[in-house]
Ligand binder design. Structure first.
Ligand code: NCD
Ligand code: ZN
Length: 321
């Protein structure tokens, strides 16, 4: 099967050695990816942004990085200066996930930025979790999404990495809300993390949730809903850091083989989820790139640099040519 211009709408590439190790897996499977800015220090100014973009371009070929910056109280001049080089601005509530210590503490403080983004047609990407009980954090954030969507009706808001099915119903209620779905929230449940021996490699934010959540997410994705887009949230950490408790799943190597099995027999919906929905929702200008999957048994890598991938060593029916 041939996919046209696959796009990963949520990706962590890190920088330096780690970036060099992980980027080839995304480049082989995708035409473009939205690159998350939660580095240390965060990508939150033009100088750092252009340096980072350059590092990605130097380490890839025939691949478009759609870069994001980390939300802060930007002035109008700063925002105008960034606009040409960003796809969106990423809002992390302070302290809620990996490297988000400098995130937003009080939403109202960035209201002027959201107002300007709305005028300039810059989308807002959101890590939607409160600091409540860990399994309720996404559900509790629904009210924040409702408020944002109502207060800024012209602002396109992306609810990232949906793990709680209840959030998906917002898509039909608010015209300006969109969602990304990861491979792990689509295919795994919390059992994979803590049901048997503890598996730190499947620990991520937001936590993977219940079979019911997974079933509803699968239903939405299979329906071809226009506002649901693939965003891997592939987030590599060294094995050493994973064993210390770092949140994030490195799924990049197995994405298209795993999705090809999930969408078996329905390449039309696969194409929408992996590319068309994103391109039409955000008018993305990404050069065309065809990616072919062939039916040939393939085994996922056991290790990439010092990172253990999702489904390490697992056999798949399809292979990326
Ligand atoms: C991400 C990371 O490691 O950067 N971790 C994760 O568990 N998903 C950050 C994020 O997207 O929350
Ligand atoms: Zn992420």
């Amino acid at each position: 099967m041939i996919l046209n211009t696959p796009i990963d709408m949520h990706l962590h590439l890190r920088e330096g050695e780690m970036l060099k190790n992980v980027l080839p897996y995304t480049q082989n499977q995708f035409a473009a990816a939205v690159i998350m800015p939660n580095l240390v220090p965060p990508v939150d100014n033009k100088e750092r942004l252009l340096e980072y973009k350059e590092e990605i371009l130097l380490n890839s070929e025939n691949f478009t990085p759609l870069t994001n910056v980390f939300m802060k109280e930007f002035s109008e001049d700063e925002l105008l200066d960034l606009a040409d080089n960003i796809f969106a601005i990423k809002l992390y509530p302070a302290g809620i996930t990996t490297n988000s210590e400098n995130g937003v503490k009080t939403l109202e403080r960035v209201y002027p930025v959201l107002e300007m983004m709305s005028e300039l047609n810059i989308p807002l990407s959101v890590h939607g979790e409160t600091n409540g009980f860990v399994l309720d954090r996404e559900r509790e954030f629904i009210d924040v999404y409702k408020k944002l969507a109502t207060d800024f009706p012209k602002l396109k808001i992306i609810m990232e990495h949906i793990g709680t099915a209840d959030m998906l119903y917002l898509l039909d209620e608010y015209e300006n809300l969109y969602a990304t779905v990861t491979l792990h929230h689509l295919l795994l449940t919390l059992d994979e993390v803590v049901g048997g021996m503890l598996n730190p490699h499947y620990f991520c934010k937001p936590l993977i949730k219940t079979p019911k959540d997974r079933a509803e997410i699968q239903k939405f994705v299979k329906s071809g809903h226009k506002k649901v887009m693939f965003g891997s949230d592939s987030a590599p950490h060294s094995i050493k850091n994973k064993l210390k408790g770092a949140a994030g799943i490195f799924s990049a190597p197995v994405i298209l083989p795993a999705l090809a099995e999930f969408f078996e027999g329905d390449i039309e919906t696969f194409q929408k989820f992996i590319s068309d929905n994103a391109r039409s929702n955000f008018n993305l200008n990404v050069p065309e790139k065809k990616v072919e999957l062939i039916e040939e048994e393939w085994r996922a890598p056991y290790i990439v640099g010092d990172v253990k991938p999702m489904w390490a060593g697992k056999k798949f029916k399809y292979k990326v040519k």
